[in-house]
Ligand binder design. Structure first.
Ligand SMILES: Nc1ncnc2c1ncn2[C@@H]1O[C@H](COP(=O)(O)OP(=O)(O)OP(=O)(O)O)[C@@H](O)[C@H]1O
Length: 256
């Protein structure tokens, strides 16, 4: 679905943030992009949705270079939840906010209503439909931005730190949405500093900020202590505990 081929990028004339970056995320898969602050995760997200162009290499969507697509074609296929989603909100009513994208697709009024209702239900916001987005809690605002994206029914979801600052209930709701979208065949790219969240939700990891960008299965990535050190990433708590419990008992045996 989404393929990154030998991608290189530098902001202005700075040294390249990354080069020779190869990765892919297929239908029904979640890719977590991890790495220290400043490693280039959010920059990569902007390359994936066509806001930035690579110095060399390609981002391919269904095999087609994304920079050959028109803005409305990208918007229909790729939904982006940015780090500060409240900056994405502008309508006075939550339902209008969520309807904005589908209206640009020139769907029938019935289809727009259907999509808005479904997206609001999926994000637990039906009872908030007539509220002003800025009157909502931070979690509800983030889910409003998510609902706006889901209502477009894009094939690719790019989520920049979607779990940041959410409590347990909203985190579980978010994980439910990610898992449902994945099961429906969406390709999901998740930028994430929370390795527990990444390990629970992603099948593969793209690590930035090390000697070379590298994509591995989630299991292989978190098993590679050298790579975790190199990219300043912590092993998820579940795997730390698992290793501890598997340590053989080194206590001297008492004999006689
Ligand atoms: N528009 C820009 N112009 C110049 N440099 C930029 C621009 N945007 C980001 N940078 C720089 O590029 C580097 C990567 O930034 P980016 O935000 O992509 O990293 P990140 O991995 O997402 O960081 P964090 O985890 O802190 O969000 C940083 O050094 C940043 O200062």
């Amino acid at each position: 679905m989404l393929t990154l081929e030998n991608l290189s990028f530098a902001h202005h004339s700075q040294t390249p943030l990354f080069s020779g970056l190869n990765a892919s995320v297929g239908e029904g898969q979640v890719l977590a992009v991890v790495g220290r602050n400043g490693a280039g995760k959010s920059t990569l997200l902007r390359l994936l949705n066509g806001l930035l162009r690579p110095q060399s290499g390609h981002v391919l969507l269904r095999g087609k270079a994304i920079d050959r697509l028109k803005v409305h074609e990208i918007a229909a296929e790729v939904g982006t939840l940015f780090q500060a989603p409240e900056q994405q909100l502008f309508a006075a009513r939550l339902s209008d906010e969520v309807a904005f994208g589908p209206k640009q697709l020139q769907l029938s009024a019935a289809e727009i209503t259907n999509r808005v209702d479904e997206a609001l239900a999926q994000t637990f916001l039906t009872h908030r439909a007539s509220h002003h987005p800025l009157d909502l809690s931070a979690a509800e605002r983030r889910f409003t931005a998510l609902a706006s994206i889901l209502a477009m029914r894009p094939a690719v979801l790019l989520l920049d730190e979607p779990q940041r600052g959410l409590d347990r209930i909203w985190t579980e709701r978010l994980e439910g949405i990610i898992s449902k979208e994945r099961d429906e065949g969406k390709s999901i790219v998740l930028i994430c500093h929370d390795m527990n969240f990444a390990e629970r939700n992603a099948q593969s990891v793209l690590a930035l900020g090390g000697r070379q960008p590298i994509q591995l299965s989630t299991e292989d990535f978190f098993a590679d202590a050298g790579l975790l050190r190199e990219t300043s990433v912590e092993r998820p708590m579940r795997l730390q505990l698992k290793s501890l419990l598997e340590i053989p008992d080194q206590a001297p045996r008492v004999t006689g």
